[in-house]
Design a protein around this ligand. Structure first.
Ligand code: ATP
Length: 241
């Protein structure tokens, strides 16, 4: 097996007395799609923020390609190969689809022409090239989600973190984004995904990590963890008879 892309060791984040992430450890190997699931407030977003540098861990270490990156700022991590989706904000809705994708392209390309070229390539990868000149706000929700992925891809990432990209999408749109992720993964992109839709989790993840109250409750294949009584209890919130 190849060396891990990411090694997370005993990472914790406390907000006052609350341990939002509590001694979490896992590896991500190149080419994986790992889903992180858990009930509301489990610590999924906090964990993502620790990985991308929006938050600094209270303790523990995060190594990327063997280098400790736990204290690096988000833009440094982005340069190393972390890509992350962000919702297209109201301001960015008035920008064109191409301009939005260029926001990612500027990470490695100083010149406008080069950034635009990279942006066009990623729009093609997500099937939005024919909408390049439209205002982003005119896209369907599914289209905007694909644009979020394009913007992350324009950063030439080795690891892409997807934060609930399926939320609010209809079945057809979910399938479109799912197909896109599977296609990109086949091309070599590694994904770490926070996802509430368990059907989606089953469809694309060979490995699933379950968080509950900041701790790792289970780790394994989708079938293993979703068949785990403790995981079901954490989701349902009560013991089964
Ligand atoms: N900046 C913060 N300050 C204080 N508490 C926080 C902060 N960010 C998150 N928390 C708390 O940490 C816990 C974990 O929150 P987090 O948003 O990471 O959970 P989550 O699993 O992403 O939940 P959801 O599925 O609802 O988005 C929650 O109790 C939350 O209230």
């Amino acid at each position: 097996m190849s060396a891990p892309l990411l090694q997370v060791r005993d990472v914790s984040k406390a907000f006052g007395g609350l341990r939002a992430v509590d001694s979490v450890s896992f590896d991500v190997s190149p080419g994986e799609i790992i889903s992180i699931i858990g009930p509301n407030g489990a610590g999924k977003t906090t964990l993502f923020n620790l990985l991308t540098g929006q938050l600094v861990p209270t303790s523990g270490s995060i190594e990327y390609l063997g280098e400790d990156i736990g204290q690096l700022k988000p833009h440094h991590r982005a340069r190393l190969g972390f890509g992350r989706t962000f919702q297209i904000s109201q301001t960015l809705m008035s920008m064109t689809v191409l301009e939005n994708a260029m926001v990612g392209g500027f990470l490695h390309h100083r010149g406008v022409r080069d950034a635009a070229e990279r942006a066009r390539q990623t729009l093609e990868m997500v099937g939005l090239e024919q909408h390049a000149g439209r205002k982003s706000g005119e896209l369907t929700l599914g289209g905007r989600r694909r644009l979020e992925v394009a913007r992350a891809l324009a950063m030439d990432p080795k690891l892409v973190l997807l934060d609930e990209v399926m939320a609010g999408l209809n079945q057809t749109e979910v399938q479109e984004v799912l197909d896109l992720v599977i296609r990109l993964n086949a091309g070599g992109t590694t994904f770490l995904v926070v996802e509430h839709n368990l059907k989606v989790v089953r469809a694309f993840s060979r490995r699933v990590i379950v968080l509950n109250r900041g701790k790792m409750l289970a780790e394994g294949s989708a079938d293993e963890v979703l068949g785990n009584e403790e995981v079901v209890e954490a989701y349902v919130g009560k013991r089964r008879a």
